[in-house]
Design a protein around this ligand. Sequence first.
Ligand SMILES: Cc1ncc(C[n+]2csc(CCOP(=O)(O)OP(=O)(O)O)c2C)c(N)n1
Ligand SMILES: [Mg+2]
Length: 389
Amino acid sequence: MAQTAAPAAPSSTSTRRGVSADLPDATLSKWLRDMFLIREFEVRCAQAYQQAKIGGFCHLYIGQEACAVGTIGAVNHDDPIVTAYRDHGHALARGMDPGACMAEMFGKSTGCAKGKGGSMHMFDRPNWLFGGHGIVGAQTALGTGLAFAARYEWEVLGKGVNHPDGRPATLDENAPAKKKVSLCYLGDGALNQGCLHEAMNLAGLYSLPVIFIVENNRYSMGTAIERGTTMAHNLLAKGAAYGIDSLKINEEEGLDILRLYDKFKPFADECRAKQRPGFVDLHTYRYQGHSMSDPQKYRTKEEVEAVKQKDSIDQLVLHLMNERKCMTEAQFLAMQREVKDLVAKAMTFAEESPIPDVDAELYSDVYSNIEANLSPTREYVHGAKNPLL
Ligand SMILES: Cc1ncc(C[n+]2csc(CCOP(=O)(O)OP(=O)(O)O)c2C)c(N)n1
Ligand SMILES: [Mg+2]
């Protein structure tokens, strides 16, 4: 893992010809920094979790960084994205302030969801991130709805819709609607959730610009994909069943952000241009357990080590230093120091921030007066008796 020094150069170097070859050096350096930021952020999260400073569920993204950074790097900042609970990487790649992200991990009031969401519920409206969702597959309906809204704005209204409180949805009142594409991330475990199939059916039927990106890390908790999912060897058949153009990005490509981008960028551009859905089987791998308590009996240490040899951060460092020759080892080390310092500051900010005020926050941002409907001892607010009583 690229943590302290530059990795050793491989004996042979490849010649790149994809669309990433035309990107400026600064973009690739930024991707390297973003991937390193995600990794450093999560290493520190793991430490804080062991110290019981972070509570609740926590699922680390270490190993999968190229997925979020490469796909988010292929779309516009105002293209909406939505993801599952392994969401810190997407939040940081989208530009969330690491302090707000870490404070959310710590359950502090300065967090992106006021400390009431935690690790699984990163939300960042200005950066067009519509969560962090804990119910496997649930976000796929939202991703499809975001695509419906985007297409409706562009095709029917010709402008962005204002929020009920007057804030413009586009964050730019005068911005005309434009062709957008929504990115909807899911794990391979979500492939068998009914919600995804309803979402894919409607996306196919209405030709909605949503790209379902399956971050296929081989496992859902301890279940290998072949054991729980039909057609695991050819997931593209699932997209085809709904008339959705599909793309496979294999593990070699999924761990190499440039090759990932080379395949994903033209695909995303076409989904946007044609305003149609897409389905991507994006192979990747998580280095850590499913969550913070996972004995990992379902895989061998050798398997994990073999993937680490293809580490996405290492690969990009080598490319920038040896092939593009746009980064020196000193610059790489300086970037690491800058990121480590940034994350350390985020930790301090989170630790020193106050917890949410109970009186002010317990009943805010939640459905109001829901108690009357749910209590088994009361009548429903609209007058009917609770049928369960
Ligand atoms: C509807 C639902 N069923 C079960 C769970 C429990 N659960 C949490 S994570 C998970 C595994 C999902 O794996 P995958 O989609 O592959 O994502 P990954 O953890 O690999 O990122 C399960 C079954 C849940 N959160 N929601
Ligand atoms: Mg998985």
